[in-house]
Each structure stands twice: as C-alpha cells, then as structure tokens.
Ligand binder design. Structure first.
Ligand SMILES: [Mn+2]
Length: 318
C-alpha cells in the first residue's frame, strides 16, 4: 500500500524509505502500463504516448518543477489537491522536468507517482527532456548522484537504472485537450512536409518514441525567425528553434488554439508567436529571480479562450 499524499510544511526532514520509494515507482509503472494497454482514461483516450482528452471540468497544468518540492507542495495546496482529484473529470497535467537542479528530485518523483497511483484518471504525467531516454547523448540530470547519496551506491544505482528509467519511458509525449490545447514539454516538430501524416502517426508506434520527432518534442523552443525560415539549430545541443509558421501549422492540424509547454525558465509564464505558444514555469528553488506559475481554470472558461493571451489570464502566480 502506498501512503496518502502528505503535504507537510517541513520539507527538510524526509522520512521516505528506500522501500517506500521503490514500491511507489513500481506501482506507478504498473498503473501506466495498464492504462496504456487498455487506452482508457476518464473523459478521453490514450494511444501509446498520446493522451486525448475532452474538455475537463477543472484543469490544472504545471510546468517544470526541477526538484523544487516546496513549489510543488505550494501549488498542490492552492488547488486543494485532495478534493480536486476526487472528480475523475478534473485533470492535473504535468509537463515534465520533474528532476534535476533542485534538492528534492526524489521527493518530487515520489509525490507525482503517488498522485498517479491513487488517482490515475485525474493525473497526466508527461515527459521532459530531463527524463531523457538513455539513447540521447546528453546526461540530463543529477539523479544518479542524488540516488547514490540517499540510498547508497548499489541500491541507488539499481533503482535508477531499472525502475526510474522504466518510469521515464512510460511518460506521455503529447496531450491534446480537444478543440483547445496542444501540450508538450519542449515544442512542436519543425518538418512540415506530410504534417497530416505525421499528426496521424503520432498515435501508435512500437517504441513509443515517434521516431525522430521525440527529440524535437522534448527539446524545441519557440523563436522569431526570418520570413520563410521555419527552424534553426538550438544552442542546447539537441532540438531546434521553431517559427510561428510551425506553431500555426500544428495548431491547425490538431484543431487546437494554444500550444502549452514548459522547458524555458521564465517568470511563471510567457507568450510567444502572437499568443500561439504559452510557456509555463513552475519552480524557483534553482531560479530564485522567478515566480512559480501554473494554469488553474474550469472547462467552461477554457472553452471561451481564443488564444494564449486569453489563456494567460488563467495562469496563477505564486
Ligand atoms: Mn526542459
């Protein structure tokens, strides 16, 4: 049995045991495997790493957390998580980048996994570039070090290499709220040839990697580019910068109004591409100059939006 979510005010002294952590990871993996094999989630459907949802009753979207347990707890308290998750048609969507940089990566993983196990229909866990697959050449986080410090080299490494990597592999890459939002961690792919085919192909794929689209979904950033130029290489080493034309094409093909993504530090949120792209950033332990932002709204209000400017009025700042 996994213990109830406990949002203590004292974050310094963690009582998390290695067996508690390992069992919670196992249970989260089982929950994700189960829902991916049935394709079932309340008010929507799951096709491999794509989640398609009808407009929920209430919606919360949380951007990068980066091991900032305090920021996560503050958001969960504000939205009254205990009540929120009781309704299967309320959805809380995490955009990925749970770990790295902050001191609470292990506790943040534990918290989001506990939420998913207890309330699988209300919680959507997406994948960030810091939950990178082993196939990528960039070491994306300090988790191996944190695991070793906390649980010892042998057990820490074993849990990291098996359970945590398995969990990351099961996280979602795209979530669509029908008619309204297209959610990814980084951005949308820049190759617009056969975009209709690509959109249809994001559904099933043996590996769940969407071929070469994975890198762009996890790493891309929106930028203003010269007319006629749809992308340039990113200075991050992976991924690309995508143009407003690329955003426009993906919104049109997916019949949604705003691309919502995380991935870039900012003061809670920012808008790009004339309001076609809204970036959320939900932590500040490692970025003390910034505020914590997240979306909290009702389905009725969400349905009234025309673009990211309207959506930005539903961003709460802590
Ligand atoms: Mn990121």
């Amino acid at each position: 049995m996994v213990s109830e979510i406990h949002l203590s005010d004292d974050l310094g002294d963690s009582n998390l045991t290695v067996s508690d952590f390992a069992n919670t990871l196992d249970a989260a993996i089982r929950t994700l495997l189960e829902e991916q094999s049935t394709g079932l989630i309340a008010g929507g459907k799951i096709s491999n790493k794509l989640v398609e949802l009808e407009i929920p009753e209430k919606l919360v979207v949380i951007g990068d957390i980066h091991g900032d347990l305090r920021a996560l707890h503050n958001i969960l308290k504000k939205i009254k998580i205990d009540k929120f998750v009781l309704n299967h048609n309320n959805k809380i969507i995490f955009l990925g980048d749970y770990v790295d940089r902050g001191l609470g990566s292990i506790e943040v993983l534990y918290t989001i996994c506990s939420l998913k196990i207890q309330h699988p229909h209300s919680v959507v866990l997406m994948r960030g570039n810091h939950e990178a697959p082993v196939e990528f050449p960039i070491s994306s986080h300090d988790l191996p070090k944190r695991m070793t410090e906390r649980f010892g080299r042998r057990i820490g490494t074993e849990i990291y290499q098996t359970k945590i990597m398995d969990l990351f592999h099961l996280l979602y890459l795209i979530t669509i709220i029908k008619g309204e939002l297209f959610l990814v961690h980084g951005g949308v792919p820049t190759d617009l040839s056969n975009i209709t085919m690509k959109f249809n192909e994001i559904v099933p794929n043996e590996t769940g990697l969407f071929g070469d689209m994975l890198e762009e979904i996890l790493w891309n950033d929106p930028r203003i580019l010269p007319d006629g130029k749809d992308w340039e290489n990113s200075r991050r080493g992976l991924g690309k910068h995508f143009s407003s034309n690329v955003s426009k094409n993906w919104l049109s093909i997916s019949k949604t109004k705003v691309i919502v993504r995380g991935h870039e530090p900012c003061n809670g949120f920012k808008l790009d591409h004339d309001g076609m792209v809204l970036t959320l950033f939900s932590c500040n332990e490692a970025y003390p100059k910034f505020s914590v932002g997240y979306i909290s709204t009702s389905g009725i209000r969400l349905h009234s939006i025309r673009n990211g400017f309207d959506l930005s009025e539903m961003v709460k700042i802590l």
